[in-house]
Design a protein around this ligand. Structure first.
Ligand code: ADP
Ligand code: ZN
Length: 752
């Protein structure tokens, strides 16, 4: 029964982030413990703020301690493991305590500040009360006399597939009266269930027996001992597209559940969750919970609660699901592990990999990374023995990988074809249409024309607030900034700098859609990009239509490349990704290789073999030729050599310190000052390996009227280095430069 507690308070800035000590009123002493959500008086006027108890019996800082206003019940407490993760995040990612708390319990914070009935006392109030509804279950057989009605027969038939809620049954036209009548006959049983907890209840439980192929079985057998011995392990399942990695997951999860343990499955983006949910629910039924940001607040909270209450055996979700309050985890799967979406780009800047690794260590779980194009860091870890490598080299069903042709778009232009669709691709699409097969085309630019340039001064039309070109959207007839959303309608025809004529060029998904419609008037073309999938569930619905072959051609951005499994697709095309080839950052090649492999991998997954075409203006680029050959091993050899030579991860850690503010010179000054301070601090520890690069303007100098600078530090990501950055941050904040530049630190691990 602590008399004082150390509390992480919400909204504390980094500089003032510490645990604040509070006294505990006698009536709260029974309730309060480590991990309790509390309401505290804070700052001038003692305004009520949320907080979490991270220390008990903390040393009073002074004699006049304030008392906690209120304490949430123990059921809202962070589990000990999640509490440790808060400290882990704080230590690793330079976030504040409360930022870490919010990452760990984004929707678990079901309590919010309110005022008690007396109109004065601040109290915590539960945000949501559970709603329950009736659910029906089949428990007996329907008597043949008197003759059952059609509705009764329908109800029994439906419920023979498993229990259903009243809501679902009413959807199928069965009334409550019919159901209650069957209850009194002892055919059905009614119980109360929490509303909408089972988000995907309509997915039938099929529980199909899984028969692994020989190669899948070998992979499974290799991984099994690591799952069964309840010690922390990590492995990489490197399997070509269509090799059936998911089947290996399912089998491992089944075994994990048999062992009485739980499984966590991460996918890189929301659009891939429905497929994974479908497979998991179909295989394992109800005890599957979902965590991702497209759920509404109530749904997400209910799912979270279900996990917290021990009602879920499997959790599937995107990056943040790695913090699910799941206990006794035996298996953590990170599918498509190379995807950059596993890194958080706002505080706390963690990677799901490092958190998963930490949780696997705590739980004695197997961490299984999976990919057809593993990240260079993950593959390197298998080469030096830190992670076990398991391979699937064959496609399920025995199809070879698609054969790939590279088309040189410069030659195409020289030969007199001005279009963005090459003759070879046009021909392939036509043949595919005639064979009644489907085609997937990738173009990583949305909009219609992606650039407007002055014919006289060559100036490019840029966003007034960002240093990026404006993109023309034909459907809305305006130019749009893809970074800040600024728009101009109608699109300008004259150069704002010199008054010359603007020429619109560049090829976005809307234009591709139009060209395809012209070339193939009989084809049904589906465009998939951020604009066409903005409405809720639009993405899922469009994919379902494509799966039902209501479209012949799908053209779209990155989202068409990933994870999709359609048996009629036998042609994949890359219309253009050259901008990615020339992108900055040491991962640029890895990203291109992975993207091409993925989109090519959509083709020829079922009965018939597939074909793919890559259009480029740089046909001899080794990344493209290796991607066309789908030779990951050769790509890896080349990439790891480049990383070693240039000193990039996994051969070092990379710490990017970003500065942002409204005035460019202030931001530049702040970056220079920070760099100097860091240099001074580092000089005190000459044995610490460290290389400071920059400061330089950000790769996009200005976004939304905010100038950006960055400092890149090649380092070893260990405690000493992190302490060095922390002490530099403290010094920097103390100096209170006249500038208002903000600073963020993003630390990329060196693979440890
Ligand atoms: P990957 O994730 O490796 O690209 P999937 O797991 O999506 O591949 O499998 C590709 C296709 O092959 C899917 O339609 C899957 O159902 C099927 N498949 C793979 N292995 C098996 C198996 N052992 N039994 C039945 N179907 C399988
Ligand atoms: Zn802008």
């Amino acid at each position: 029964m602590p008399k004082t507690v150390g509390v992480a308070v919400s909204n504390a800035t980094f500089h003032f982030d510490k645990l604040y000590t509070y006294a505990v009123l006698p009536e709260h002493q029974n309730a309060v413990r480590l991990g309790s959500m509390v309401l505290v008086p804070f700052g001038k006027g003692s305004r009520a703020r949320m907080g979490v108890v991270l220390a008990c019996d903390a040393e009073p800082e002074h004699s006049k301690l304030k008392y906690l206003f209120d304490v949430a019940p123990a059921s809202a407490c962070l589990t000990p493991e999640l509490l440790r993760l808060v400290h882990f995040l704080k230590e690793r990612t330079f976030c504040t305590y409360y930022e870490a708390v919010k990452a760990v319990i984004p929707y678990g914070a079901q309590y919010k500040p309110a005022v008690a009935a007396d109109g004065v006392t601040p109290v915590l109030q539960k945000q949501l009360t559970r709603h329950t509804e009736n659910a029906y279950k089949l428990v007996g057989t329907l008597p043949q006399k008197p003759k059952p009605t059609a509705k009764q027969l329908a109800a029994v038939a439906l419920l023979s597939g498993g229990p259903r809620t009243l809501n679902e049954l009413e959807d199928k036209g069965i009334s409550r009266a019919v159901l209650d009548n069957l209850c009194t006959k002892g055919v059905l049983e009614c119980s109360k269930v929490n509303k909408s907890i089972d988000l995907y209840a309509s997915i039938p439980l099929r529980n199909d027996p899984i028969t692994l192929t020989e190669q899948q079985q070998v992979a499974y057998d290799t991984l099994l001992p690591k799952l069964e011995d309840a010690a922390p392990h990590s492995a990489l399942l490197y399997g070509v597209t269509g090799s059936g990695k998911t089947l290996v997951f399912l089998k491992l999860i089944a075994r994990c559940l048999e062992l009485g343990r739980k499984a966590l499955v991460l996918v890189p983006e929301i659009s891939l969750t429905p497929q994974m949910i479908l497979r998991l629910k179909g295989q394992f039924g109800r005890r599957v919970a979902v965590q991702h940001s497209a759920l509404n607040h109530t749904e997400r909270l209910l799912q979270w609660q279900m996990i917290q209450d021990g009602g879920a055996d499997i959790v599937v979700g995107t990056r943040s699901a790695v913090f699910s309050p799941l206990e006794n985890i035996g298996l953590i799967i990170i599918d498509e592990e190379q995807e950059h979406t596993y890194r958080s780009e706002s505080a706390p800047r963690y990677s799901a990999h490092e958190v998963a690794r930490q949780r696997a260590a705590e739980n004695g779980a197997l961490l299984l990374l999976a990919s057809a194009t593993p990240s260079t860091e993950s593959f390197y870890a298998t080469q030096n023995g830190r992670t076990q490598l398991v391979r699937l080299t064959k496609r399920y069903g025995g199809n070879p990988l698609p054969s790939v042709q590279i088309v040189d778009m410069r030659a195409e232009l020289a030969a007199g074809n001005p279009r963005e669709i090459s003759l070879a691709l046009e021909d392939a699409i036509r043949r595919n249409l005639e064979a009644e097969k489907q085609t997937i085309l990738l173009l990583n630019r949305r909009g219609y024309q992606t650039i407007a340039q002055c014919e006289d001064c060559r100036e490019v039309l840029k966003c007034p607030k960002c240093s990026v070109p404006m993109v023309y959207h034909k459907s809305a007839h305006k130019v749009l900034c893809h970074y800040c959303g600024s728009q101009q309608e109608p699109p300008p025809t004259l150069c704002p700098a010199c008054g010359g004529k603007l020429q619109y060029r560049g090829f976005g998904t809307q234009k591709a859609e139009e060209e395809l419609a012209k070339l193939f008037p009989e084809a049904r073309v589906l465009r998939m990009d951020q604009d066409s999938t903005a409405a809720k569930d639009a993405h899922e619905k469009l994919l379902a239509k494509f799966a039902a072959h209501e479209y012949d051609i799908m053209v779209g951005t990155q989202m068409v490349a990933k994870g999709l499994d359609f048996e009629d697709v036998t042609l994949a095309g890359v219309l253009g990704i050259d901008s990615l080839l020339f992108a900055q950052g040491f991962r640029a090649y890895e990203n291109v290789f992975s993207l091409i492999t993925q989109v090519v991998g959509r083709s020829g997954r079922a009965k018939e073999p597939g074909f793919a075409i890559i259009q480029t203006t740089d046909p001899d680029n080794p990344v493209l030729t290796l991607a066309a050959a789908q030779d990951y091993d050769a790509f890896y050899e080349q990439e790891i050599a480049y990383r070693k030579l240039g000193l990039y991860p996994p051969f070092c850690g990379l710490c990017v310190i970003g500065f942002a503010g409204a005035k460019e010179n202030e931001v530049a000054c702040a970056a220079a000052r920070f760099s100097a301070l860091l240099g001074q601090q580092a000089a005190k520890q000459p044995d610490l390996p460290l290389r400071i690069l920059g400061p330089t303007p950000g790769s996009i100098e200005k976004i939304n009227d905010t100038y950006r600078y960055k400092l890149t530090v090649k380092c070893r990501n260990d405690r000493r280095f992190r302490d060095l950055v922390r002490s530099t941050l403290a010094l920097y904040e103390k100096e209170k430069l006249p500038s208002k530049a903000s600073v963020v630190v993003d630390l990329h691990s060196d693979g440890d």
